[in-house]
Ligand binder design. Sequence first.
Ligand code: BG6
Length: 496
Amino acid sequence: MKQNGKPTALIMIFGATGDLAKRKLFPSIYNLYTKGKLERFAVIGVARRPLSTKDFQTAVKNSIQTSNDSPADVNDFISRFYYHSHDVTDSSSYTALNQLAEELDGNYSLEGNRIFYLAMAPEFFGTIAEHLKKDGLTNVRGFKRLVIEKPFGHDLESAIALNKQIRTAFSENEIYRIDHYLGKEMVQNIEVIRFANAIFEPLWNNRYIANIQVTSSEILGVEERGRYYEKSGALRDMVQNHMLQMVALLAMEPPIRLTTDEIRSEKVKVLRALRPLKAEEVNDYFVRGQYGSGKINGEKVPGYREEPMVDKESNTETFVAGKLMIDNFRWAGVPFYIRTGKRMKAKSTKIVIQFKDIPMNLYYQTDQTLNPNLLVIHIQPEEGITLHLNAKKAGQNMEATPVKLNFSNKGADGMNTPEAYEKLLYDCIRGDATNFTHWDEVALSWSFTDKISEVWENTKEASFPNYQAGTMGPKAADELLEKDGFFWWPVTDLDV
Ligand code: BG6
C-alpha cells in the first residue's frame, strides 16, 4: 500500500464544486502536498454541474494560498486534479467515473487505493454508497475508504437507515465519519493533558472536580444555511456531535493502549453512561435559545427569524445549554455543563474544569472568598492551557491572590498548527480512524439528543427569540448553573 512510507491514493471528492471542498479540502490537500506528505496521488472532483477539467483546476488553484510557493509546484499540484460531471442516480455515470479512476490509477501508480469523500448534501450519501458498490467502484486492488461528512442522519432512526445503506458497500473500519472537532489540535490534546501528567489524573474525578464547563460560542449567525439549519438547530448541528465528543474525551477512562479500538471503546463507555432524560426532565436539564436582533461589533444584525430561508415563526433553537450527568464511578455527582450557540458575544471554544474548594480556607482575598482552582483548555481561537491557582500577594499580609500559569500553543509550535481537515485527511489516507466517529458513538449520541428534540419539537417555545445577538445566551442558561450553586466562567475573561 505504501512506498517510501508515503501513502498513495486516488481521492474522489463528491461535491467538488461546493463550499467545503473549496474552503477546506483543496487547501488541506495542498498543504499535505507542499509538506511532502503526499507523493503519488490524484484527485477526481465529482459534482453535477458540467465543468472542464481545466476550469476545475483553475478553481482549485484559486482556492489555495500559493503566495510562498513557486508556480511550478502549483502547476504540478493542480495537474493532478480531474473533473467528472456526475449524476448520482445514474449507473452509467458511475461506470464512466470508474473508467477515469482506473486510468488515473495506472498513470499515477496509485496501487488501487481509493478514498471516496462525500462532501455534499446528506440525502445522497446512501444512494452514492450503494452505487459505488453496484457499479464496481469499490472493487479495488488496494484499500477503499469512505469519508462522510455530517450530518450522519437526522435522528437515530435515520442514522440507522443510512448506516445500513453505506455498510452494504463499506465495512465499519472503512468508514471515516468526520467530526472536524476531533481534528483540532487542542481537542486532540485533551487526552495528552490528562494521561501524560501525574498531577491531573489523580484529581480527575468526583472527589476533586466540582463541575466541567464546555462552551463553543460563535459570533456568526446562520448566514446562507437557513434551509439546513431550520431542520437541524443547534442541538443536532453542534451538540449531537462536537459537544458530546469533547465530553467523551474529558470523561473517558485511560485506554489500555493508544489504539483506535481502545480509545473509541472508552469513549463509547462514557456515552453509554450518560444519564438518559425522560421527557418531563428535558427542560430541567436543557435550555434552548434563539437569537433576536442585536449588535455585534457595533453593527446591527437581524434576528434568526429574519434570516434568509427561515420561518418567521421558527421554533428552531440557535443556542443550547445543558447539564449532562455521567452515571459511573468516576463522575457520579459531577455536572458537565455544555453550551453552544450562534450570534453570541465571542467566537470561543473553551473547557473549564473547576476543582472543588479546599476543605478550609486560611487565607482571604480582599472582599472575596478564595477562587477555586481552574484548569482551562483553550480550544480556539487561541490554543493553550491555563491553570488558575492562588498565591501570596506580595507585601506584608498573608493575603492570597489569583495567579495564572499559561501555556500557549502558538508560542511553542511557532506559526500555525495544521488545520483540522488537513490532519483528518492525512489520517484517513494513512488508515488511522482514531479521530473519526465510530458508529456506536453516533448511535448513542443520537439516542441521547433524540429525547430532547422530541420534546422541543412538540412544544413551541413561547419566549423565542430569548437572547439578543451579541450576548452569551438566554438568562435560563445562567439559571441552569445557579440552581446548582455554580456559574458560567466568562469565556472572554479567561483568554490566555
Ligand atoms: C459545524 C456546524 O459542524 O461546526 C456549523 O455545522 C458551525 O454550524 C461549525 O458553525 C463550527 O465549527 P468551528 O470549527 O468554527 O468551531
